[in-house]
Design a protein around this ligand. Structure first.
Ligand SMILES: *[C@@H]1O[C@H](CO)[C@@H](O)[C@H](O)[C@H]1NC(C)=O
Ligand SMILES: *[C@@H]1O[C@H](CO)[C@@H](O)[C@H](O)[C@H]1NC(C)=O
Length: 220
């Protein structure tokens, strides 16, 4: 029988990407950063993959930096093209493996997804002021509802991913007089987009580390 190299969780990201030589560098980085193992141990996950020509400088960065960046391309929920196309034209915030690592600052470990009115789907860091420059290009592989591997147009690098992040943005307002001590998360008024529309799937059940509770921030 053909089925022999299947992992216990039922999928193997290295095998899934291995069918496509244009993802070989991305796959190789997942292996070298040991993210491949972490991905294979999850049961509900989405990987945003970039082709070799779009990896840019990531492959040349120190392995710990590359790991941070790539772990932010692993969403702790299942999103295939069908589900993405059901999202609204507002920011839907999702949690990544980087957030689960517990070392993310502010909203670094979250991504925003928008299904634009022109039909395209874009991704970007949920850190305030980040663009939504990363476009969905298509599906690489999917095993509903456990793993979806999507091709995206470029690497997403949240501000400070290279280790230079300064936690106090220059534009941060001074703490309000009525807040006794400057609670760290109070300085970040969370997501700047409109309120999240409820989506059909369970988007909020991913384990969230003790970062700012951006997902349930009140709407403006
Ligand atoms: C996944 O596939 C790679 C390449 O075939 C293999 O080296 C690795 O051991 C596999 N991992 C699991 C958990 O099966
Ligand atoms: C798929 O996900 C379900 C629900 O999380 C889980 O029970 C099941 O074991 C997963 N299957 C595989 C093949 O990972």
């Amino acid at each position: 029988v053909l089925i022999s190299a299947i992992s216990v969780s039922g999928f193997n990201i290295t095998v899934l990407l291995g069918r496509y030589p244009e993802f070989s560098n991305f796959s190789d980085l997942l292996t070298r950063t040991q993210l491949a193992e972490e991905i294979n141990h999850r049961s509900t996950i989405t990987v945003l993959a970039v082709t070799n020509d779009k990896l840019g400088g990531v492959a040349g960065k120190p392995l710990d930096v590359a790991k941070r960046i790539l772990s932010n391309h692993v969403i702790l929920d299942y999103f295939d093209v069908l589900k993405l196309n059901k999202l609204k034209n507002t920011r839907t915030e999702v949690t990544t493996l980087y957030q689960a690592s517990g070392v993310a600052n502010d909203a670094q470990g979250f991504l925003d997804i928008v299904h634009k009115l022109d039909g395209s789907v874009v991704f970007g860091s949920a850190v305030r002021g980040s663009g939504l420059d990363c476009k969905l290009e298509g599906s690489v592989a999917s095993q509903p509802y456990n793993i979806s591997v999507l091709a995206v147009s470029q690497v997403i690098i949240a501000p400070g991913m290279d280790g230079t992040y300064s936690k106090a943005p220059a534009s941060a307002p001074p703490p309000k007089a009525n807040s006794p001590t400057a609670v760290p998360s109070a300085a970040s008024p969370a997501v700047d987009g409109p309120a999240l529309s409820p989506v059909s799937g369970p988007v909020a059940d991913a384990p969230v580390a003790d970062g700012p509770a951006a997902a349930d921030s009140p709407a403006d």
